[in-house]
Design a protein around this ligand. Structure first.
Ligand code: AMP
Ligand code: MG
Length: 504
């Protein structure tokens, strides 16, 4: 065994918090690892030489077989609420934080037993690792806050899930993997010194703007709650606008930074169904698609409860929590208006499309709000394919040829009435700008379950080309990819039978 040299300069600030927050621990080896996939843009973010993503040394390092020079591996401890119930101590049961490069932390997921593994085996299967890898990069491509993924390495070592599967390790990358559950952990144990250490660390490192108190914002810990809540609101607005269902919004899967994290039974909607449940172990539908924003709000209450010993002021805390809903609604309305290409008149003067999307008014205009809710009712009535509808509408705006969109509806008169309202609301909009905005807002490609499944089936046979192709498409989901037209169409019939559970 040798020490892997990456040429990266490591700096491990989380590790410096001390062992109340983690257990120092090396990953456990896997047999004969092989490269499955890697993301060049993430290598670039880290300043990692991309050639190393083919090297035997780094493969051994990221498989957890050889130590990586400069890293100080550890498993962190957290607690959390699972499906609404207090679950007590959880922690990194199969993840190892290696350390930090360029302000980004690297974590191995599936890297063996830790003191927090409970009944688990510390491993992740190839199937779920590919899903996490692809979706992290797909979400980033869509402009949605998320943890990233550098690579997946596989091994023929077997683990038992619902059947026998092979194991893999994903290298995840994010500014932080701190969860609401980290705060809940120390608060529940009345370890207020550690709670303060953690909050101060987050304030200084991630939210220094919260340290500047004002008459309106006199309490830095309330500011931190407000900050997390605002970031969560933005991410949830993106999820709801793009049709992303997370599946397991337990408080231990909620990032303090509002990043989408811990990809498990997630799903992008096929047909629009607000009550869609993507996790087949979620029998009550707690995490159904349309429940997500209120679940996020509930989770923020759990975070607030945890921070209460530091905030001390319930009135201020509730005021911060109360801003979640208006903030979510305003972001969501803005994103939905962008999907409809409803740019304000001044935007027709040639402003950059990206800028227009940023500054569209967030206060819902009642006529636009009615147009959006009328549309969602129509889409829901016959489960019209969500992604395809928006893309076809964008193309229709560009060509002024609406038949392909109209064909998606059984209730054609209903669609025609809606289209009339839509065109009335966009009479003052520059049509070229509108179409351009829509094509850059409504993705042609999202990671539907069946697409991940195709990549997984090939990867199980050691053919990683489907995965590489899919990654390349999903990194640029608004672009045309002539080689990937079938992925831009309706899902095949067999996709309806894919059942995804928490077990991964
Ligand atoms: P999740 O539902 O994946 O967010 O996991 C909830 C908790 O269970 C976390 O503490 C995970 O680290 C832990 N966990 C999940 N799967 C495993 C596994 N295979 N081995 C060990 N711990 C696991
Ligand atoms: Mg988790």
């Amino acid at each position: 065994m040798q020490c892997v040299q990456t040429g990266l300069s490591w700096n491990n600030r989380f590790q410096q918090l001390g062992t109340d927050f983690y257990t120092p621990l090396a990953p456990e080896p896997i047999s004969q690892p092989y490269w499955v996939a890697s993301s060049l843009p993430v290598a670039e973010l880290l300043g990692l030489n991309p050639a190393l993503l083919h090297s035997h040394e780094l493969l051994q390092g990221l498989a957890g077989n050889w130590p990586i020079s400069g890293t100080q591996p550890l498993a962190s401890v957290y607690s959390g609420h699972q499906f609404g119930n207090w679950a007590g101590q959880l922690g990194d049961g199969r993840a190892i934080l290696l350390g930090e490069v360029n302000g980004l932390e690297l974590q191995l997921k599936g890297s063996g037993l830790t003191p927090y593994s409970r009944m688990g085996d510390g491993r992740a299967v190839l199937r779920s690792s590919i899903r996490e890898f692809l979706c992290s990069e797909a979400m980033h491509g869509l402009g949605i806050p998320t943890t990233r993924a550098l690579c997946v390495v596989g091994s023929d070592d077997e683990v038992w899930r619902e059947t026998l599967e092979t194991t893999a390790v994903v290298t995840r990358v994010a500014p932080s993997f701190i969860r609401f559950g980290h705060f809940e952990h120390f608060s529940a144990r009345r370890q207020h010194d550690q709670l303060k250490t953690l909050a101060d660390y987050c304030l200084e490192r991630y939210a220094p703007e919260c340290l500047a108190t004002t008459a309106d914002a006199p309490n830095v810990y309330v500011n931190l709650l407000h900050w997390a809540s605002q970031r969560t609101a933005l991410t949830l607005a993106h999820w709801q606008a793009v049709g992303f269902c997370h599946g397991v919004m337990n408080t231990d899967n909620m990032s303090l930074l509002g990043l989408t994290m811990d990809y498990g039974p997630f799903q992008f909607l096929d047909g629009y169904d607000p009550d869609h449940i993507c996790n087949h172990t979620d029998r009550s539908g707690r995490y159904a698609f349309q429940a997500q924003p209120s679940v996020a709000h509930w989770n923020l209450y759990a975070l607030a409860q945890a921070l209460m010993p530091l905030m001390k002021d319930q009135t201020l805390a509730v005021a911060a929590l109360n801003q979640f809903e208006p903030s979510f609604k305003s972001h969501w309305h803005r994103l939905m208006c962008a999907k409809l290409g409803l740019a304000p008149a001044w935007a027709a003067t040639g402003a950059e499309v990206a800028e227009v999307a940023e500054v569209l008014p967030g206060t819902p205009d009642p006529a636009q709000a009615a147009l959006i809710s009328e549309l969602l009712s129509l889409l829901g009535a016959t489960r019209v394919d969500y992604t395809l509808f928006w893309r076809r509408l964008s193309v229709a705006l560009a060509t002024q040829h609406f038949e392909p969109v109209r064909d998606m509806f059984l209730d054609r008169p209903g669609f025609d009435r809606w289209l009339l309202h839509y065109s009335e609301l966009s009479t003052h909009t520059n049509k070229a700008l509108q179409a351009d905005l829509m094509l850059k807002t409504n993705p042609k490609y999202v990671l539907r379950n069946y697409m991940a499944e195709e990549a997984i089936r090939a990867a199980k046979l050691k053919d990683f080309s489907v995965l590489a192709h899919l990654l390349q498409v999903l990194q640029h989901p608004f672009d045309e990819h002539p080689s990937a037209e079938t992925w831009a169409g309706f899902p095949p019939d067999w996709a309806a039978n894919i059942a995804i559970s928490c077990s991964s």
